[in-house]
Design a protein around this ligand. Structure first.
Ligand SMILES: [Mn+2]
Length: 358
């Protein structure tokens, strides 16, 4: 009987060990007194947890005083609750004198991406992220971009672990939430590293607090937006699209795309909304082989930014004069985008029908 060679767990010689990565990170942080950690616009739980984790490393290993910043606002009730629980005071990028900081880091995002307000020309010392690598990122002094990972929280956990730092309950709870929310409870875009980080962190997390954060009270406007999502949702074959109109912040667009992907028989969802003069688009798919990130880039075209993972992606397009919510010009733009989306996903010829009969 033929024997197969025993499968050995071998580390690819090109993959640096966590301790080596930490040593490199430490070199960059060494000697600094201040650090600014920049998150994506409207940061999500993964970004918030990853930033809190990097802050811990800077604080504990280097005595660096650390500030957190982002573009846009923290809009979702869950994210506001998380920030409050962690005792963070994230600042708006617009309110900060960036020259004041001796080091600049970015987590869960990359310079020049569509969801980042920071001037891409500003040099960064550290970039830690799990989105596909961007050209601008390569000029940072230290980069750790692992696009196969489900969450930046997983990557930051590995640094905390390598540093031998005791992870306190609030940070463990946040990192667990970061991993859970970016991977839909490890069911989407997650790797073994995400599962291992989750299992290591979970015993230190406070599930009761996490339960309260996840079920934070929602403002009544949330339900109004939800009604708009459902009223405007149209099915085209295996795809569903909905426009949410004008919104104060874009989080509801992504959340709606998640929700609509759950409609029976649907393999693609696209939700859109207008925030601050930009059209935001969120895409989701259960057909990962077609790559949502590639479709998002096609939707953004040359005018906007687009990208993301296999199963989830986003695009942002700056609106021109006259393309206001409710205007014929915006209507035409949306129609073009929906047509492009339906063609890209193989639903171009399917008849349109409303999700719910009115
Ligand atoms: Mn993330």
């Amino acid at each position: 009987m033929a024997r197969t060679a025993p499968r050995r767990k071998e580390r690819n010689s090109r993959t640096p060990r966590p301790a080596d990565r930490l040593a490199k990170l430490n070199t960059v942080l060494d000697g600094a007194r201040t650090l600014l950690v920049v998150m994506q616009n409207n940061p999500d739980p993964d970004a918030i947890a990853a930033a809190a984790g990097l802050r811990e490393i800077a604080n504990e290993l280097h005595g660096i005083s650390c500030s957190l910043a982002h573009g846009g606002a923290i809009g979702r009730a869950e994210n506001i609750a998380l920030v409050k629980y962690l005792g963070l005071n994230p600042r708006s990028l617009n309110d900060l004198d960036l020259d004041r900081f001796e080091r600049m880091a970015m987590v869960d995002a990359q310079p020049g991406a569509g969801n980042v307000s920071l001037d891409p020309g500003r040099p960064l010392d550290i970039v830690i992220d799990h989105h596909p690598i961007r050209r601008e990122t390569r000029s940072a002094r230290f980069t750790d971009v692992r696009s196969r990972y489900g969450a930046t929280s997983t990557i930051v956990y590995q640094y905390l672990e390598a540093a031998g730092l005791e992870i306190e309950v609030p940070l463990a709870t946040a990192l667990v939430y970061g991993i859970r929310s970016d991977t839909q409870d490890l069911g989407r875009e997650s790797t073994r590293a995400d599962v291992e980080a989750f299992l290591a962190l979970y015993p230190h997390a406070n599930p009761r607090v996490l339960g309260r954060i996840v079920a934070a009270p929602l403002p009544r406007e949330y339900f109004g937006q939800l009604r708009t999502v459902i009223d405007n949702a149209t099915i085209h074959g295996e795809a569903i699209v909905s426009h949410l109109g004008s919104l104060p912040s874009p989080e509801m667009i992504a959340e709606s795309a998640d929700l609509l992907l759950r409609v029976e028989g649907i393999a693609w969802s696209l939700c859109s909304g207008v925030v601050d003069g930009w059209l935001h688009l969120s895409l989701r798919t259960s057909r990962r082989e077609l790559h949502a990130g590639a479709v998002a880039r096609r939707l953004a075209g040359r005018r906007g930014h687009g990208g993301g993972h296999q199963a989830l992606a986003a695009a942002q397009i700056p609106l021109r004069n006259g393309e206001r919510e409710g205007s014929p010009a915006l209507g035409r733009l949306l129609e073009t985008l929906v047509t492009r989306f339906l063609r890209a996903t193989g639903n171009g010829t399917a008849p349109a029908e409303p999700l719910c009969s009115r």
